[in-house]
Design a protein around this ligand. Sequence first.
Ligand code: ASP
Length: 584
Amino acid sequence: MLRTHTCGELRIQDVNKRVALTGWVQRLRDKGSLLWIDLRDRYGITQLFLEEGKSDPAMLQSARQLGREYVVRVTGTVAERLSKNDKIPTGAIEIKLESIEVLNKSKTPPFTIEDNTDGGDDLRMKYRYLDLRRSPVREGLQLRHKMAQQTRAYLDSLNFIEVETPVLIKSTPEGARDFVVPSRIHHGEFYALPQSPQTFKQLLMVSGFDRYYQIVKCFRDEDLRADRQPEFTQIDCEMAFITQEDILATFEGLVRHLFKTVKGIDMPSVPHMTYADAMKYYGSDKPDTRFEMKFCELTDIVKGKGFQAFDQASMAVGFCARGCATYTRKQLDELTEFVKRPQIGAKGMVYLRYEENGTLKSSVDKFYPPDELRKWVTACNAQPGDLILVLSGETDKTRKALGELRLYVASQLGLRDKNTFSALWVIDFPLLEWNEETSRYHAMHHPFTSPKREDLQLLDTAPGEIRANAYDMVINGTEVGGGSIRIHDRPTQQLMFNHLGFTEEEAKKQFGFLMEAFEFGAPPHGGIAFGFDRLCSLFGGADSIRDFIAFPKNNAGRDTMIDTPAAISQEQLNELGLDIQPEK
Ligand code: ASP
């Protein structure tokens, strides 16, 4: 080894040791007769020290020529620092240098390699290998490593085995478009990259593997959205001979194990909430439960008093913001503006202030005298000092809009602290979801999800009301994982495909292999997949998943460092039987 220690290792006990260190020059401070260098590697920063009159003059001179990010090997003796830095673990010592060897020079980096860099997003992405030298980004990847290790340890302890499934496959529907790979040998034919290993993990259950997992790359060609990556990683799992309760218990165990081992947090057991309740009380299928603010339905109380907006609405629903009766007119106007944004889509907002002194003051006093308003207070269980915010209109849209308002107000009130964690299972999702664009029902989770047996009779009359054996894990308002108990017999799977608009022929062509497998002794099975990048960013207290991925794509789906996607040569196109002209 070129070094005896790392740059994060030496402490006061090491004083007088002769050491050799290697690393990158982070900073040089030249005070004339005294010179300090901060030397950095993956483990930390160690201060190097030279002194005019004491250090070798030739070495002093070469030290003065060091640039930022030069790679050096130094030798010297550990000494106690006069002014200590208690912000870094090596802050009590410095190295009195005896030699400096430049292992490689560096151009001046395009941004500072510091925790708070001056580099913008684009520049950092283009020089990602430099960005990865910065502590916050490196720590993100270290956290990811630890999460992966602990995931494997937990699942291994429960007899799960990790099996790799292929990357060049045929389409698996998870609701997005496939990335496709043209075949050179079979012109006009294509592989698809997996949106998930769904069908393979089910086949592994038919094979008798019983408990499978894989930390696996998945690919989805979805529309660009901030913080979405075309390739991402899942902790993908499947179990046979289980009930839904077994799956929920096993993977609640995984999440609690991760919180314990990675963050030192003892997570309470994870409550279950039906999808119907999540929508009713939070206006979202991924409610943020770090705080209460449950919805209270006011429809029956407010109708018939002459206030048009409420009279015409199929739903009037509100929530109570604790201690917010002091909100000013300006603050309330701002909330109204918020709900009227096209993305939220409400027409307006009604408020009721329940002042500390008991006075009731609403934006619709004209229609609702105090004794009417008092009914709202009771319905919402409001206390003096609270503020009730109410939206109205079509049921689903109104609930969703109020859900957004709930999050917005909670953020304003500082109730969405990144270091507080609240997890829940949302269960009993609808099996099918109406799609306006295609005018037909789509599988809400995926077509392999089993319906609740008692709901199957609704298939022809009210398909939208059929509940599935499907569940999501939600932490702090983010869906971190989802799965289902699967169909494991051919007739039911065929029935599902029919209802999803596949002809028998199409279903056979695309999924014949799975349906055939179901005829060879398929055990009952089910599973789940966690979004690993998202889980890491949640544990890391970050908004973006990017810093938990070594080499991510930007928001336009590009890797600007290697410059891809990119055109390929005409020769390659010909070979692949794709006769389009490459773009210049
Ligand atoms: N394959 C599903 C997904 O990627 C997860 C599952 O059902 O296990 O969302």
